[in-house]
Write a protein that binds this ligand. Structure first.
Ligand SMILES: [Fe+2]
Ligand SMILES: [Fe+2]
Length: 361
């Protein structure tokens, strides 16, 4: 069987890697072997090797044409040269056709690799195109490289680490969030108390499961909205009010418990670059509710009230949301209205009033 070696930092692995690997497996009719680098020659590594491996395993576990080889991780060397990796695979698979999959940017720099000519003799180098890069024709010819059309879109690992892009397998995002890996989670941790962070993760998970059960296009969107919904809550109240007055002046009259939802709607855009209007709406009204709410906003409103760590048995309400989020929302809304009344909390601000009127009357 053809073997396609795919090296990289995979810090973390994302949809760009997975989709490119699947495309190469199909076009070259073989198995793609991910070879994670111990220390990348090109960039700094920012998650522990064990975590990167765990994410890689999660990302490929249901794909039979993808596998992992830990040769470079186990080499004991700080720097691995590709020639050593190639010799290892040549020896391991003496009778298979071997390919080495690289990006066009690496193809253009290939003449600088250690023993580049020998690598090109030992196997077939294949490069994929990337937007914004023009191939160096001399290198392509000299090293007999073959071309595969790239995906035409770039996924940025940097943006993934900053939680600004979510182009990764669901399980990889869950892992990053659970283990607080990378800059985005560090930033989220810095703005939320530990208690609020735990609640936010639980809302994210609950919202994701509800979205999945209701066949939403992209359940990860619900996860993200849940993760961010309370990011305005642990900043000083004066700051919450300042942001509300500045960015949502039309809601400056709403009672102060709700400032955090408006401050949060501003912060998800400013801190995390979120542009998705459904996510922004979900954060903006998760506490008060509103009239004419989108489905994602309903899911986040509900998940916030019924996530399992809230301290009461909410399993029936969660099940109602999973069965039918539109109907379940009304059930959760009624339960929340009863709860707020029993605690003599405000239900007369104009947003909550309109929400109850539209969905409960
Ligand atoms: Fe909240
Ligand atoms: Fe919350």
């Amino acid at each position: 069987m053809n073997k396609i070696i795919f090296g990289g930092a995979f810090d973390p692995v994302h949809n760009g890697h997975i989709n490119m690997a699947l495309k190469a497996a199909k076009e070259l009719d073989g198995e793609v072997i991910f070879v994670p680098a111990r220390i990348s020659v090109w960039k700094d590594v920012s998650a522990p090797i064990e975590d990167k491996m765990n994410m890689l395993k999660l990302a490929i576990e249901d794909k039979k044409e993808l596998s992992i080889d830990e040769f470079e991780l186990n080499s004991g060397k700080d720097v691995n040269y590709s020639i050593d990796t190639v010799l290892h695979f040549r020896e391991k698979y003496p009778n298979d056709k071997l390919y080495f999959l690289i990006g066009v940017d690496q193809a253009n720099a290939f003449h600088r690799w250690k023993e580049a000519e020998r690598i090109a003799e030992l196997l077939q180098v294949v490069y994929y195109t990337r937007p914004g890069y023009v191939e160096d024709k001399a290198n392509i010819k000299k090293f007999h490289m073959h071309k595969i059309e790239g995906l035409g879109i770039e996924v940025s690992s940097t943006e993934i680490r900053e939680l600004k892009s979510f182009e990764m397998p669901d399980e990889v995002l869950f892992y990053i969030v659970e283990h607080n890996l990378y800059e985005g989670m560090v930033e989220l941790k810095s703005i939320l108390s530990p208690h609020r962070l735990a609640h936010s993760k639980s809302v994210a998970k609950t919202a994701y499961e509800i979205a999945k059960a209701n066949n939403l296009d992209n359940p990860l969107k619900a996860f993200i909205a849940g993760l961010f919904h309370d990011i305005g809550k642990d900043i000083p109240e004066s700051e919450q009010f300042k942001l509300t007055k500045k960015y949502y002046p039309e809601y400056a009259d709403i009672p102060k418990f709700a400032y955090h939802q408006f401050a949060g709607a501003h912060l998800v855009q400013k801190m995390f670059g979120i542009k998705d209007q459904d996510i922004i709406e979900a954060v903006e009204f998760h506490s008060t509710g509103n009239e004419n709410m989108g489905l994602l906003a309903k899911i986040i409103y509900a998940a916030d009230k019924i996530e399992p760590t809230r301290g009461f048995d909410s399993s029936d309400l969660i099940q109602a949301m999973k069965n039918d989020a539109e109907q379940g929302f009304k059930t959760v809304l009624q339960a929340n209205k009863d709860f707020l009344l029993s605690k003599e909390k405000d239900i007369n601000n104009r947003l909550t009033y309109k929400c109850f009127k539209q969905y409960l009357d």
